[in-house]
Design a protein around this ligand. Structure first.
Ligand code: FES
Length: 96
């Protein structure tokens, strides 16, 4: 299934919907995190390298302060470089 999903991401150029909701995660100030943009990663919402060869790359996050964050799970947020949930999961087609 993972290989089929990866092939679909490559063929369509569209990320996979990892979840139909945002992920609530605790981020620590000054720590580097890599947010998954392809939707294939098994460590959502973070990159685990499954994006290799897909044309997608993770987005680096370095929080300015520690705290909870709502990171996009649908991968359809308006600004793909901004991993924060913008509510797109409630208004866009999430078939894929
Ligand atoms: S696994 Fe999705 S961006 Fe790396």
């Amino acid at each position: 299934m993972q290989n089929q999903d990866k092939q679909k991401v490559i063929e369509t150029g569209t990320s996979k919907v990892a979840a139909r909701f945002p992920f609530t995660v605790f981020l620590e100030q000054g720590i580097e995190y890599y947010y998954c943009t392809c939707g294939l990663g098994s460590t959502q919402p973070f990159c685990d390298g499954q994006c290799e060869g897909t044309g997608f790359e993770p987005v680096k996050i370095i929080p300015k302060r520690s705290g909870n964050a709502l990171l996009c799970g649908c991968k359809r947020q308006c600004d793909p470089k901004n991993p924060n949930c913008d509510g797109s999961h409630s208004v866009v087609n999430l078939d894929w």
